[in-house]
Ligand binder design. Structure first.
Ligand code: IMP
Ligand code: ZN
Length: 348
Protein backbone atom coordinates (compact mmCIF):
# COMPACT_ATOMS: atom_id res chain seq x y z
CA UNK A 1 0.00 0.00 0.00
CA UNK A 2 1.28 3.50 -0.81
CA UNK A 3 1.99 6.00 1.94
CA UNK A 4 -1.00 8.13 2.78
CA UNK A 5 -0.94 11.88 3.36
CA UNK A 6 -3.24 14.82 3.97
CA UNK A 7 -6.40 14.76 6.12
CA UNK A 8 -6.67 10.96 6.22
CA UNK A 9 -3.07 10.61 7.40
CA UNK A 10 -3.57 13.29 10.06
CA UNK A 11 -6.70 11.54 11.32
CA UNK A 12 -4.94 8.16 11.39
CA UNK A 13 -1.93 9.58 13.23
CA UNK A 14 -4.21 10.97 15.94
CA UNK A 15 -5.73 7.57 16.80
CA UNK A 16 -4.59 5.36 19.66
CA UNK A 17 -2.90 2.05 18.67
CA UNK A 18 -6.00 0.27 19.95
CA UNK A 19 -8.30 2.33 17.71
CA UNK A 20 -6.08 1.59 14.72
CA UNK A 21 -6.25 -2.15 15.48
CA UNK A 22 -10.03 -1.85 15.75
CA UNK A 23 -10.27 -0.19 12.31
CA UNK A 24 -7.86 -2.65 10.73
CA UNK A 25 -9.91 -5.61 11.93
CA UNK A 26 -13.24 -4.13 10.80
CA UNK A 27 -14.52 -5.86 7.63
CA UNK A 28 -14.84 -3.01 5.12
CA UNK A 29 -16.27 -2.87 1.61
CA UNK A 30 -14.61 -0.57 -0.95
CA UNK A 31 -17.32 0.10 -3.51
CA UNK A 32 -16.11 3.30 -5.19
CA UNK A 33 -12.54 2.99 -6.45
CA UNK A 34 -11.51 3.94 -10.01
CA UNK A 35 -8.82 1.62 -11.36
CA UNK A 36 -6.64 4.24 -13.04
CA UNK A 37 -7.02 6.58 -10.09
CA UNK A 38 -5.94 3.89 -7.63
CA UNK A 39 -2.64 2.68 -9.08
CA UNK A 40 0.05 2.63 -6.37
CA UNK A 41 2.65 5.31 -7.16
CA UNK A 42 5.41 2.68 -7.07
CA UNK A 43 3.70 0.71 -9.85
CA UNK A 44 3.12 3.82 -11.93
CA UNK A 45 6.80 4.73 -11.63
CA UNK A 46 7.76 1.20 -12.72
CA UNK A 47 5.47 1.50 -15.73
CA UNK A 48 7.06 4.86 -16.52
CA UNK A 49 10.51 3.28 -16.28
CA UNK A 50 9.54 0.73 -18.93
CA UNK A 51 8.33 3.64 -21.08
CA UNK A 52 11.47 5.61 -20.40
CA UNK A 53 12.79 6.57 -23.86
CA UNK A 54 9.37 7.64 -25.08
CA UNK A 55 8.24 9.37 -21.90
CA UNK A 56 6.81 12.79 -22.67
CA UNK A 57 7.29 15.86 -20.51
CA UNK A 58 3.55 15.67 -19.66
CA UNK A 59 4.08 12.21 -18.15
CA UNK A 60 7.15 13.37 -16.23
CA UNK A 61 5.28 16.45 -14.90
CA UNK A 62 2.29 14.40 -13.79
CA UNK A 63 4.48 11.83 -12.05
CA UNK A 64 6.25 14.61 -10.22
CA UNK A 65 2.91 16.06 -9.09
CA UNK A 66 1.63 12.67 -7.96
CA UNK A 67 4.83 11.94 -6.03
CA UNK A 68 4.81 15.24 -4.18
CA UNK A 69 1.02 15.45 -3.75
CA UNK A 70 -1.02 17.04 -6.50
CA UNK A 71 -2.70 20.32 -5.56
CA UNK A 72 -6.27 20.19 -6.82
CA UNK A 73 -7.69 23.68 -6.82
CA UNK A 74 -10.09 23.13 -9.69
CA UNK A 75 -11.83 20.16 -11.27
CA UNK A 76 -9.49 20.44 -14.27
CA UNK A 77 -6.49 19.93 -11.97
CA UNK A 78 -7.81 16.42 -11.28
CA UNK A 79 -8.85 15.48 -14.80
CA UNK A 80 -5.60 16.82 -16.30
CA UNK A 81 -3.71 14.08 -14.40
CA UNK A 82 -5.47 11.32 -16.32
CA UNK A 83 -3.85 11.60 -19.83
CA UNK A 84 -0.38 10.84 -18.42
CA UNK A 85 -1.69 7.90 -16.38
CA UNK A 86 -3.50 6.63 -19.47
CA UNK A 87 -0.30 6.95 -21.52
CA UNK A 88 1.33 4.52 -19.06
CA UNK A 89 -1.57 2.03 -19.15
CA UNK A 90 -2.13 1.92 -22.91
CA UNK A 91 -1.20 -1.72 -23.58
CA UNK A 92 -2.91 -4.89 -22.32
CA UNK A 93 0.30 -5.80 -20.45
CA UNK A 94 0.37 -2.46 -18.63
CA UNK A 95 -3.34 -2.77 -17.80
CA UNK A 96 -2.63 -6.20 -16.33
CA UNK A 97 0.25 -4.84 -14.24
CA UNK A 98 -1.78 -1.86 -13.02
CA UNK A 99 -4.89 -3.91 -12.19
CA UNK A 100 -2.87 -6.55 -10.33
CA UNK A 101 -1.17 -3.88 -8.24
CA UNK A 102 -4.47 -2.16 -7.43
CA UNK A 103 -6.13 -5.44 -6.41
CA UNK A 104 -3.14 -6.37 -4.28
CA UNK A 105 -3.14 -2.97 -2.60
CA UNK A 106 -6.76 -3.39 -1.56
CA UNK A 107 -7.03 -7.13 -0.97
CA UNK A 108 -3.66 -8.52 0.10
CA UNK A 109 -2.56 -8.25 3.74
CA UNK A 110 -1.14 -4.74 4.17
CA UNK A 111 2.03 -5.82 5.94
CA UNK A 112 1.14 -3.91 9.10
CA UNK A 113 1.52 -7.08 11.14
CA UNK A 114 -2.20 -7.70 11.62
CA UNK A 115 -2.65 -9.78 8.47
CA UNK A 116 -5.67 -7.63 7.57
CA UNK A 117 -6.17 -6.39 4.03
CA UNK A 118 -7.33 -2.80 3.40
CA UNK A 119 -10.81 -4.11 2.70
CA UNK A 120 -12.66 -7.40 2.82
CA UNK A 121 -14.51 -6.81 -0.44
CA UNK A 122 -13.71 -4.62 -3.45
CA UNK A 123 -15.93 -3.52 -6.32
CA UNK A 124 -13.34 -1.94 -8.60
CA UNK A 125 -14.59 0.22 -11.45
CA UNK A 126 -13.03 1.16 -14.76
CA UNK A 127 -13.87 2.70 -18.13
CA UNK A 128 -13.16 0.32 -21.05
CA UNK A 129 -10.56 2.13 -23.13
CA UNK A 130 -9.52 1.45 -26.72
CA UNK A 131 -5.98 2.45 -27.70
CA UNK A 132 -3.66 1.74 -30.62
CA UNK A 133 -2.73 -1.48 -28.75
CA UNK A 134 -6.12 -2.82 -27.63
CA UNK A 135 -9.86 -2.73 -28.12
CA UNK A 136 -12.28 -1.91 -25.29
CA UNK A 137 -13.06 -5.62 -25.04
CA UNK A 138 -9.37 -6.53 -24.75
CA UNK A 139 -8.97 -3.87 -22.06
CA UNK A 140 -11.89 -5.25 -20.09
CA UNK A 141 -10.71 -8.82 -20.50
CA UNK A 142 -7.28 -7.89 -19.13
CA UNK A 143 -8.91 -6.28 -16.08
CA UNK A 144 -11.38 -9.12 -15.51
CA UNK A 145 -8.66 -11.78 -15.73
CA UNK A 146 -7.01 -10.13 -12.75
CA UNK A 147 -10.24 -9.49 -10.82
CA UNK A 148 -11.28 -13.13 -11.23
CA UNK A 149 -8.00 -14.28 -9.76
CA UNK A 150 -9.67 -13.46 -6.42
CA UNK A 151 -12.75 -15.30 -5.15
CA UNK A 152 -16.13 -13.69 -5.89
CA UNK A 153 -16.48 -13.04 -2.17
CA UNK A 154 -13.59 -10.59 -2.46
CA UNK A 155 -13.57 -8.85 -5.83
CA UNK A 156 -15.85 -7.81 -8.67
CA UNK A 157 -15.92 -5.25 -11.46
CA UNK A 158 -18.15 -2.30 -12.31
CA UNK A 159 -17.93 -1.03 -15.90
CA UNK A 160 -17.80 2.77 -16.04
CA UNK A 161 -19.45 4.87 -18.71
CA UNK A 162 -17.85 8.31 -19.11
CA UNK A 163 -20.06 11.43 -19.34
CA UNK A 164 -17.90 12.57 -22.26
CA UNK A 165 -18.78 9.51 -24.37
CA UNK A 166 -20.87 9.82 -27.53
CA UNK A 167 -24.28 8.23 -27.64
CA UNK A 168 -22.90 5.34 -29.68
CA UNK A 169 -19.99 4.82 -27.25
CA UNK A 170 -22.35 4.68 -24.27
CA UNK A 171 -24.55 2.16 -26.05
CA UNK A 172 -21.52 0.01 -26.92
CA UNK A 173 -20.05 0.27 -23.45
CA UNK A 174 -23.29 -0.80 -21.77
CA UNK A 175 -23.67 -3.63 -24.31
CA UNK A 176 -20.14 -4.78 -23.56
CA UNK A 177 -20.84 -4.84 -19.83
CA UNK A 178 -24.01 -6.89 -20.37
CA UNK A 179 -22.30 -9.23 -22.84
CA UNK A 180 -19.44 -9.87 -20.41
CA UNK A 181 -21.87 -10.63 -17.60
CA UNK A 182 -23.83 -12.99 -19.84
CA UNK A 183 -20.57 -14.78 -20.71
CA UNK A 184 -20.11 -15.44 -17.01
CA UNK A 185 -17.44 -12.78 -16.44
CA UNK A 186 -17.49 -11.04 -13.07
CA UNK A 187 -19.12 -7.74 -14.08
CA UNK A 188 -21.62 -6.76 -11.39
CA UNK A 189 -22.59 -3.23 -12.31
CA UNK A 190 -22.35 -0.10 -14.44
CA UNK A 191 -21.23 3.35 -13.29
CA UNK A 192 -21.53 6.82 -14.78
CA UNK A 193 -18.43 8.94 -14.10
CA UNK A 194 -16.16 11.46 -15.79
CA UNK A 195 -16.02 15.24 -15.86
CA UNK A 196 -19.26 16.24 -14.11
CA UNK A 197 -19.56 19.38 -16.26
CA UNK A 198 -19.76 17.36 -19.48
CA UNK A 199 -22.43 15.30 -21.24
CA UNK A 200 -26.21 15.28 -21.65
CA UNK A 201 -27.53 12.78 -19.11
CA UNK A 202 -30.98 12.83 -20.69
CA UNK A 203 -29.51 11.11 -23.75
CA UNK A 204 -27.79 8.50 -21.53
CA UNK A 205 -31.01 7.29 -19.94
CA UNK A 206 -32.15 5.01 -22.77
CA UNK A 207 -28.88 3.09 -22.43
CA UNK A 208 -28.71 3.11 -18.64
CA UNK A 209 -32.25 1.75 -18.42
CA UNK A 210 -30.95 -1.48 -19.98
CA UNK A 211 -28.51 -2.02 -17.13
CA UNK A 212 -30.86 -3.15 -14.41
CA UNK A 213 -32.94 -5.24 -16.80
CA UNK A 214 -29.77 -7.20 -17.51
CA UNK A 215 -29.35 -8.00 -13.82
CA UNK A 216 -26.54 -5.52 -13.21
CA UNK A 217 -26.35 -2.90 -10.47
CA UNK A 218 -26.31 0.78 -11.41
CA UNK A 219 -24.36 3.50 -9.65
CA UNK A 220 -24.02 7.10 -10.86
CA UNK A 221 -21.81 10.03 -9.91
CA UNK A 222 -24.41 12.69 -9.26
CA UNK A 223 -24.52 16.37 -8.28
CA UNK A 224 -20.76 16.36 -7.92
CA UNK A 225 -20.23 20.05 -8.68
CA UNK A 226 -22.24 23.27 -8.69
CA UNK A 227 -22.66 23.14 -12.48
CA UNK A 228 -24.79 19.99 -12.20
CA UNK A 229 -28.39 21.07 -12.82
CA UNK A 230 -31.53 19.59 -11.29
CA UNK A 231 -32.40 18.23 -14.76
CA UNK A 232 -29.05 16.47 -14.92
CA UNK A 233 -29.68 14.79 -11.55
CA UNK A 234 -33.30 13.96 -12.38
CA UNK A 235 -32.24 12.27 -15.63
CA UNK A 236 -29.80 10.06 -13.70
CA UNK A 237 -32.35 9.33 -10.97
CA UNK A 238 -34.94 8.32 -13.57
CA UNK A 239 -32.79 5.23 -14.26
CA UNK A 240 -33.41 4.08 -10.67
CA UNK A 241 -29.78 3.70 -9.60
CA UNK A 242 -28.96 1.38 -6.71
CA UNK A 243 -26.18 3.61 -5.43
CA UNK A 244 -25.19 7.25 -5.82
CA UNK A 245 -21.66 8.63 -5.90
CA UNK A 246 -20.87 11.87 -4.06
CA UNK A 247 -24.28 13.73 -4.09
CA UNK A 248 -22.32 16.80 -2.98
CA UNK A 249 -24.66 19.46 -4.34
CA UNK A 250 -28.05 17.71 -4.19
CA UNK A 251 -30.79 20.21 -3.41
CA UNK A 252 -33.19 19.52 -0.54
CA UNK A 253 -35.88 18.75 -3.11
CA UNK A 254 -33.67 16.09 -4.68
CA UNK A 255 -32.55 14.77 -1.31
CA UNK A 256 -36.18 13.97 -0.58
CA UNK A 257 -36.28 11.96 -3.79
CA UNK A 258 -33.32 9.77 -2.92
CA UNK A 259 -34.72 8.43 0.32
CA UNK A 260 -35.36 5.10 -1.35
CA UNK A 261 -31.96 4.79 -3.04
CA UNK A 262 -30.25 1.98 -1.12
CA UNK A 263 -26.85 3.61 -0.59
CA UNK A 264 -24.73 6.74 -1.05
CA UNK A 265 -20.99 6.36 -1.70
CA UNK A 266 -19.07 8.84 0.46
CA UNK A 267 -15.50 9.82 -0.44
CA UNK A 268 -14.33 12.22 2.26
CA UNK A 269 -10.71 12.89 1.24
CA UNK A 270 -11.67 13.15 -2.43
CA UNK A 271 -14.31 15.79 -1.67
CA UNK A 272 -12.07 17.79 0.63
CA UNK A 273 -8.86 17.66 -1.40
CA UNK A 274 -10.84 18.27 -4.60
CA UNK A 275 -12.19 21.41 -2.86
CA UNK A 276 -15.80 20.43 -3.53
CA UNK A 277 -16.52 20.37 0.21
CA UNK A 278 -14.96 22.99 2.49
CA UNK A 279 -14.42 20.82 5.58
CA UNK A 280 -15.49 17.66 7.39
CA UNK A 281 -17.75 19.86 9.46
CA UNK A 282 -19.85 20.86 6.48
CA UNK A 283 -19.69 17.53 4.66
CA UNK A 284 -23.00 16.03 3.50
CA UNK A 285 -22.16 12.82 5.38
CA UNK A 286 -23.79 14.53 8.39
CA UNK A 287 -27.12 14.68 6.54
CA UNK A 288 -27.05 10.93 5.82
CA UNK A 289 -25.98 10.01 9.33
CA UNK A 290 -28.71 12.19 10.82
CA UNK A 291 -31.33 10.68 8.52
CA UNK A 292 -30.08 7.15 8.98
CA UNK A 293 -29.56 6.78 5.22
CA UNK A 294 -27.18 3.93 4.27
CA UNK A 295 -23.72 5.05 3.16
CA UNK A 296 -20.46 3.37 2.22
CA UNK A 297 -17.05 4.91 2.92
CA UNK A 298 -14.77 4.87 -0.14
CA UNK A 299 -11.44 6.16 -1.44
CA UNK A 300 -12.44 7.21 -5.02
CA UNK A 301 -8.87 7.71 -6.32
CA UNK A 302 -6.27 6.66 -3.79
CA UNK A 303 -3.39 7.78 -6.07
CA UNK A 304 -4.00 11.55 -6.29
CA UNK A 305 -5.85 11.75 -2.97
CA UNK A 306 -3.11 9.73 -1.22
CA UNK A 307 -5.54 7.85 0.97
CA UNK A 308 -6.60 4.30 1.87
CA UNK A 309 -9.64 2.56 3.35
CA UNK A 310 -7.99 2.76 6.76
CA UNK A 311 -7.37 6.47 6.25
CA UNK A 312 -10.99 7.14 5.29
CA UNK A 313 -12.31 5.19 8.30
CA UNK A 314 -9.88 7.12 10.51
CA UNK A 315 -11.70 10.28 9.42
CA UNK A 316 -14.84 8.81 10.99
CA UNK A 317 -13.27 7.81 14.29
CA UNK A 318 -10.75 10.62 14.96
CA UNK A 319 -11.86 13.43 17.23
CA UNK A 320 -12.79 16.79 15.64
CA UNK A 321 -11.37 18.77 13.98
CA UNK A 322 -9.31 15.92 12.45
CA UNK A 323 -12.29 13.56 12.21
CA UNK A 324 -15.99 13.24 12.88
CA UNK A 325 -15.54 11.79 16.37
CA UNK A 326 -17.97 8.91 15.81
CA UNK A 327 -18.12 6.03 18.29
CA UNK A 328 -16.75 2.58 17.51
CA UNK A 329 -20.34 1.35 17.47
CA UNK A 330 -21.32 3.89 14.80
CA UNK A 331 -18.24 3.11 12.72
CA UNK A 332 -19.02 -0.62 12.92
CA UNK A 333 -22.58 0.06 11.81
CA UNK A 334 -21.35 2.17 8.85
CA UNK A 335 -18.90 -0.55 7.79
CA UNK A 336 -21.71 -3.10 7.86
CA UNK A 337 -23.93 -0.82 5.73
CA UNK A 338 -21.14 -0.75 3.16
CA UNK A 339 -20.91 -4.52 3.05
CA UNK A 340 -24.67 -4.71 2.62
CA UNK A 341 -24.62 -2.28 -0.32
CA UNK A 342 -22.41 -4.47 -2.53
CA UNK A 343 -23.93 -5.32 -5.92
CA UNK A 344 -22.97 -8.92 -5.49
CA UNK A 345 -21.29 -10.65 -2.62
CA UNK A 346 -21.91 -14.35 -2.56
CA UNK A 347 -21.84 -15.74 0.97
CA UNK A 348 -18.42 -16.71 2.30
P1 IMP B 1 -10.63 4.51 -15.05
O1 IMP B 1 -12.11 4.50 -15.33
O2 IMP B 1 -10.12 3.24 -14.49
O3 IMP B 1 -9.86 4.95 -16.28
O4 IMP B 1 -10.38 5.56 -13.88
C1 IMP B 1 -10.16 6.94 -14.08
C2 IMP B 1 -11.40 7.66 -14.56
O5 IMP B 1 -12.41 7.62 -13.55
C3 IMP B 1 -11.21 9.15 -14.84
O6 IMP B 1 -10.75 9.39 -16.14
C4 IMP B 1 -12.61 9.71 -14.66
O7 IMP B 1 -13.38 9.56 -15.82
C5 IMP B 1 -13.20 8.79 -13.61
N1 IMP B 1 -13.16 9.43 -12.29
C6 IMP B 1 -12.27 9.25 -11.31
N2 IMP B 1 -12.57 10.00 -10.25
C7 IMP B 1 -13.68 10.67 -10.56
C8 IMP B 1 -14.50 11.60 -9.86
O8 IMP B 1 -14.27 11.99 -8.69
N3 IMP B 1 -15.56 12.09 -10.54
C9 IMP B 1 -15.89 11.70 -11.80
N4 IMP B 1 -15.15 10.82 -12.46
C10 IMP B 1 -14.06 10.33 -11.86
ZN1 ZN C 1 -15.59 8.63 -8.40
Amino acid sequence: MSEIAGPAAAALASLSPDDVLFLQALPKAELHAHLNGSIPIKTLLELAQQHSPTQSSEVADTLQKLKSGAVLDEIDDFFSLMPAIYALTSTPEAVTTATRAVLQSFLNPTGDGTGSPQCAYLELRTTPRATAHMTQERYLTAVLDEVEFYPATQAALIVSVDRRMSDLDVEECVSLAIEMKNRGRRVVGVDVCGDPRKGDMQSFTQHLLRVKGAGLGLTVHIAECTENTTEDSLALLSCRPDRLGHTTFLSDELKALIRLIPCVEICLSSNILGKLVASLDTHHIHYYLKNNHPIVICTDDALPFRTSCLGEYSLLLAQPPLGLGLSRGDVTRIARMGMDAAFSRPCD
